[in-house]
Every structure is written in C-alpha cells, then in structure tokens.
Design a protein around this ligand. Structure first.
Ligand code: DGL
Length: 273
C-alpha cells in the first residue's frame, strides 16, 4: 500500500466537511477525496435500504479513486450501512458513531447523555447500542432534529439567521434540557456547523461531543495502527458532488473551508457506480 494514497470521506452534503476540516487540522499531510451527495441530500428521512444503496455507490466511486481508507462522515449512513460497506472492501472503513459514543461515556458525570441526530440515526438506535458497549449504567435520551440539515445546506448556519435557528433549536432541545443531560452528542455531521447556537441553548454546563473532532482523532489512530500515515509535504485534495458544484463552492467560501477552490470541485453521476 502506498501511504500517499488519499483518504476517502463522504456525506450526503456539506456535513462531512466538518470532519474534513478536522482531518486537515489533525492530519495535514493527508490528501483527501471528498464526496458530497448533494443531489440526494437529505439521507436522514430515507429508508435503510435506500441509504445502503447510496452508500455502496459512493464506496464504489471512492474505490475508483484508489483511496486507502474510507470515512463515513455521515451518521445516517454509518447507522445503516457500516457493516454493508465493511463486507464489500478490505480497506479500513471508519464510522462517525463509535468515536462520539465512546467520548460521551468518558465525559458524563451524571450518566445522562443526550443524542441529537436525523430521524434515521435516532430510529436505528445505533448510538444507544454503541454507548452500551462502554457503559451499562448510562441513561440515553434521543431527539431527532430534522430541520437542522436543510438549514445548514441552505447556508443558514451563520449569524444572519441565528434568531430563526435558535428558535427551532429551543423547541427541539427543550426536553433534553428538562431531563438535565450533562453531555450532548451532535449525532449528525451537519450539526457542528450550528454548534454555537446549540451550546447557547443548552447552557454552559452541558458538554457537547462533536463527531467531527472525535472521528478525525479516530482516523489518525486507525491509520497509525495500520501503518498507512502519509508524510506527503504537498497533499492534494479533490471534492466531488452529485449536483452542480456551485452550491458547495459558495458554502466553502462562506464558512472558510480550506482547499475549496472551484478547480478542485467536480460533478459526477453517482448513479453510474
Ligand atoms: N450529515 C449526515 C448525518 O450525519 C446526513 C444528514 C442528512 O442527509 O439527513 O447524519
């Protein structure tokens, strides 16, 4: 295996860029191939079968790009299709659920953990199962937040729309606040884009677990163990999307995502894979 091969990362849209940003920080020598399924976002309200089919197509595409590891930077895909992808390739396939679940158990003091995510992720109970591996006494409280993903995709995560997002967040998070969870997992990679607002609504005492940070950390560990870390001084990054590139380029500009040059971003027909 050539250690300078790229790391493949995917999501339904711009959510996985929160993971990419962390990978840039924690693994600056790695080349990244990112795929955002912008033509078919959101995944959160789709069935398991459909999300599995989409995930397999994306894996097939990433394999044509000769990636050395696959990062499912999407909780919904991780919840529904992790085993499917692991059965299809011998490469390491990393999900976003396990790292966040582990971290939340380390952080909680009152053993009350909240999880917010898409309807699919919450319905799958994937976080509850992952948390159970680390603790049997923790109580888990879940809340789907289906409006968060479209708000982020529309570029409404900034201060201009804060009042609207905050009002929605207050509604979604009310019961978790009342229960007094002391740790909240942002169980969707789109949500770190709204982290400041979520933190404000939950209050200072609640610790937020971002799957982005924890996953990048986990990717580093997996690559170390497999001896596939790169020391490339000039890594190259490419972004692929299933809809037109303009939207993700504008998003990258607005939120200062590094390496989001229009020349790096290309459209592909994912249905072909
Ligand atoms: N960012 C994804 C997740 O982590 C997908 C959200 C969606 O497409 O609904 O679940």
């Amino acid at each position: 295996m050539n250690n300078n091969l790229p790391v493949g990362i995917f999501d339904s849209g711009v959510g996985g860029l929160t993971v990419v940003k962390e990978v840039f920080k924690q693994l600056p020598h790695e080349s990244i191939i990112y795929f955002g399924d912008t033509a078919r976002v959101p995944y959160g309200n789709k069935s398991k079968k459909v999300v599995q089919k989409f995930s397999v197509q994306i894996l097939n595409f990433l394999l044509t790009q000769k990636v050395k590891v696959v990062v499912m930077a999407c909780n919904t895909a991780s919840a529904y299709a992790l085993d499917t992808l692991r059965n299809k390739t011998g490469l390491p396939v990393i999900d976003v659920i396990e790292p966040g679940a582990k971290k939340s158990v380390e952080l909680t003091r009152n053993n009350k953990i909240g999880i917010i995510g898409t309807e699919g992720t919450i319905r799958s109970q994937a976080y509850v199962k992952a948390i159970r591996k680390y603790s049997s006494k923790v109580k888990v409280f879940s809340q789907p937040c289906p409006l968060f993903v479209p708000l982020v995709e529309e570029g409404w995560a900034g201060s201009a729309h804060k009042h609207i997002v905050k009002e929605i967040a207050e509604k979604y998070l009310k019961s978790l606040k009342q229960i007094n969870v002391d740790t909240l997992i942002l169980g969707c990679t789109h949500y770190p884009w709204l982290e400041n607002i979520i933190a404000e609504v939950m209050g200072k005492k609640v610790k937020l677990v971002s799957s982005a940070y924890e996953t990048a950390n986990f990717v580093k560990d997996v690559m170390k163990v497999n001896n596939i870390l790169s020391n490339n001084k000039q890594p190259r990054h490419k972004i692929f999307v299933s809809d037109s590139p303009q939207k993700i380029i504008a998003f990258g500009k607005k939120y200062a995502v590094k390496n989001m040059n229009p020349s790096n971003v290309k459209n592909i027909d994912i249905e072909k894979y």
